[in-house]
Design a protein around this ligand. Structure first.
Ligand code: IVH
Length: 723
């Protein structure tokens, strides 16, 4: 065993005196090592640039000495020519398939275990059979042939007897070692079988790239992987991000195969081949360490895996028992695939409807001939937006692939079959919201169509209520998802103002609502009525009006009526308000019902302080503009959030730590190290009263109050600081 095997990266310092052959061998060894860390272990040890440097050094050396170029050189991954077709390859050992148990849950594993025990002739009371349990990857089977440790050929499964030579494409897969890591002599022949697949994130990225280049996208990772492997141009194949997992053997000469399947996978992993870590050795079918438990555990995590699987595979772990069990036709008796419900199915589009989401987004939804997919019967599937729909060319009457993965909403992945013979009109988005009749718009540069109905649109009410009630808006404590659903679904609340008409009796009458909770909501509603203009404005949920914009608008206009009446041009004079935001505000208040909501909220008693318009109230003329403040400790009446909001409304900034650039530290009770730091840096320290004085109109740095006595402001700072 070389030193590099024991201690990690191969030594990199090849003496200059080394012969070109030695240098090339050294570089190759380093590149193999780092490629394995990067592609297989996902744990690179050196930066990409350093890898590139080594790679280029080897390329240069091989260019100068072509005789040093070896087939296992990392520079030789993409070397093939564009082919007319693939050469046939006869498999030395046939590539079998596995029997599938489609039964659900326990029975699949139990039926297999029972069969194995029967076929082995085991008595009832014999100990449990040991199984290797692994994932059934959803890609395509490949045979990798290594001779003396060097990859010489890669072939598809084909009909099991004869496949196709796809060596030049498979060589482009970084995860597949061109040379096996072995201590001592490499096996004369070692055929490794496994699955080539595409990770979901790689698939998404590939499709995104295809879309941008105007090329066709792939319907799923499996098809994308299969397409890449059978790509005649290896240059294109190299740009398709493929991965590989080893799961078995073909022909072997000159290697002692480990006595168990799990041991075999460990050995392959140690040779540098990617082996999936999601596997286990199970004893029998039932019990905490049985096959059933594995099937269930993986089933629950299926959608969180970075790649698609369509089931799990159980294999009798002992090779000796495998041999005793043997084969029936093309399937081993010692292995079985236990599938999960398919996540994709074919069905027909019966219609295309429009759904209005909580944010007003209009989503075209395919109404489907009911189909059982992903474990449930699906009758609707999203088409996302008009552009996706057009891109996929989905029309009523089409046969489509529907996908439902886990809790994700079912989607139409694509159309199968030929273009329609008869004329079917193109789908169009409606001009008016099917729920509330408001105008539908699509903003420039956006793919989504939206209903402009805002607070008035029933489909958007829930979202609007939650947005209005959130902490950063008017804050109605206790008004969460569940209550909002109940209120809207029961018809009790249709608009924001109706929240304030609820009253104790109506709330207490709701399902699962205790009197005390109802009273709490009533109190929270009452409390929310006293708010600020920025919070109120933000709470209205106008598109593009976030907290910061709401503050800017409030500061600039001082009152809600002036904002509602402002023209786009006037809105554009507000700091940080651009054309998109200005137009969105205008569109919102152009809807009469949105103005009514504001009126009714005011009538219900929602209030906030207003001030004169300060059209010129740009940054410079505010009391705290250009000032940085730090808050520490607990203030007697203001919450930290309120204090922060007030400071920001006055043009100031609130920072998290004290520095020489801090203008004031506002200290409350139990102020700690920040107060100490302020004192040591000579930064003025104020209490809450001092802060309020600073905020008073007319106050500016020239006549700012004298720093408060820190002992007053912070209680007993000397004590608190010792914490
Ligand atoms: S073992 C002798 N193990 O499923 C057993 N196959 O019909 C040969 N597959 O196309 C297969 N994951 O590509 C085995 N962990 C796994 C697998 C797996 C996916 C595929 C394989 C073949 C099909 C079996």
């Amino acid at each position: 065993m070389s030193q590099s095997d024991l201690f990690g990266a191969p030594a990199s310092g090849t003496p200059d005196a080394a012969s070109p052959a030695q240098q090339a061998a050294n570089l190759r060894e380093q590149l193999h090592f780092h490629a394995h860390r990067y592609y297989v272990l996902d744990d690179p040890q050196i930066p990409d640039a350093e890898y590139d440097r080594l790679f280029q050094a080897l390329q240069a050396l091989e260019a100068a000495h072509p005789e040093l170029r070896t087939p296992d050189s990392p520079t030789q991954r993409v070397l093939g020519k564009v082919l007319d077709g693939f050469m046939p390859v006869r498999h030395a050992v046939p590539m079998l398939s596995i029997r599938t148990e489609t039964d659900t849950q326990a029975s699949g594993a139990e039926a297999f275990d029972a069969r194995v025990r029967r076929e082995l002739g085991l008595p009832e009371d014999a100990p449990q059979v040991e199984y290797a349990a692994e994932l059934k990857f959803d890609g395509l089977a490949i045979n990798l042939r290594y001779e003396s440790g060097v990859l010489v050929q890669a072939a598809t499964r084909g009909d099991g007897e004869q496949g196709e030579d796809v060596t030049q494409n498979i060589r482009t897969i970084g995860q597949i070692p061109l040379k096996l890591k072995v201590a001592g002599a490499a096996p004369e022949v070692l055929e490794v079988r496994g699955e080539v697949y595409m990770r979901r994130d790689d698939f998404e990225a590939l499709n995104e790239r295809q879309r941008q280049q105007g090329d066709k996208t792939f319907v799923n990772p499996r098809n994308a992987a299969a397409g890449a492997v059978r790509q005649l141009d290896p240059g294109i194949a190299a740009r398709r991000p493929l991965s590989f997992f080893a799961y078995g053997l073909g022909e072997v000469k000159g290697w002692d195969v480990p006595p168990t399947h799990s041991g075999l996978l460990d050995a392959l992993r140690d040779m540098g081949l990617p082996v999936c870590a999601e596997r286990t050795v199970a004893q029998g079918a039932s019990g905490p360490n049985g096959l059933v438990a594995f099937h269930q555990a993986i089933g629950q995590r299926r959608d969180q895996l970075p790649f698609d699987i369509d089931g799990v595979v159980y294999k009798v772990n002992s090779r000796e028992l495998q041999e005793r069990l043997g084969f029936v036709t093309r399937e081993p008796r010692w292995a079985v695939a236990h599938k999960y419900p398919a996540q994709e199915q074919l069905t027909q589009v019966e219609g295309i409807d429009i759904q209005v989401g909580r944010t007003g987004k209009l989503t075209p939804v395919a109404r489907l001939k009911p189909v059982f997919v992903g474990g449930v019967t699906v009758t609707n599937a999203t088409l996302h937006n008009l552009f996706e729909l057009r891109r996929k060319r989905v029309r009523v009457g089409d046969t489509v692939i529907v996908r439902r993965a886990g809790d994700v909403i079912p989607e139409v992945v694509g159309v199968v079959g030929e273009a329609r013979a008869s004329y079917v009109p193109n789908f169009r988005m409606p001009a008016h919201c099917p729920v509330c009749g408001s105008t539908v718009v699509r903003e420039r540069g956006e793919v989504d169509h939206r209903c402009t109905g805002g607070l008035f649109c029933a489909a958007q009410r829930k979202q609007a209520l939650l947005h209005f009630a959130q902490r950063r808006a008017v804050e109605i404590e206790g008004l969460g998802d569940k209550l909002v659903d109940q209120l809207v679904d029961s018809g009790l609340v249709r608009t924001l103002p109706e929240l304030y008409k609820l009253g104790l009796a109506k709330l207490a009458a709701l399902d699962r609502m205790a009197d005390k909770s109802a009273q709490n909501i009533v109190n929270a509603l009452e409390k929310s009525k006293t708010t600020t203009l920025p919070r109120f404005l933000f709470g209205l949920g106008i598109r593009h009006v976030g907290e910061a914009t709401a503050k800017d608008l409030a500061r600039h206009f001082g009152g809600i009526d002036r904002i509602m009446d402002a023209s786009v041009d006037q809105l554009l004079t507000v700091r940080d308000v651009g054309p998109v935001v200005a137009q969105s505000i205008r569109t919102f208040f152009d809807q009469a019902h949105n103005r009514e909501v504001v009126e009714q909220l005011r009538a219900a008693g929602v209030t906030w302080p207003e001030h004169e318009p300060s059209a010129e109230a740009d940054a410079a003329s505010l009391p705290l503009s250009g000032k940085t403040l730090v808050l520490t400790g607990t203030l007697p009446t203001l919450s930290r959030e309120d204090a922060k909001a007030m400071i920001e409304a006055a043009g100031g900034k609130v920072a998290g730590s004290v520095s020489k650039k801090t203008h004031y530290v506002i200290a409350g009770e139990e102020a700690g190290s920040k107060l100490e730091k302020a004192q040591s840096l000579g930064v003025p320290v104020l209490d809450e009263a001092g802060l309020l004085a600073l905020l008073a109109p007319g106050a500016d740095s020239a006549d700012s109050p004298a720093p408060a006595d820190p002992a007053d402001a912070a209680g007993t700072p000397s004590q608190a600081d010792q914490n």
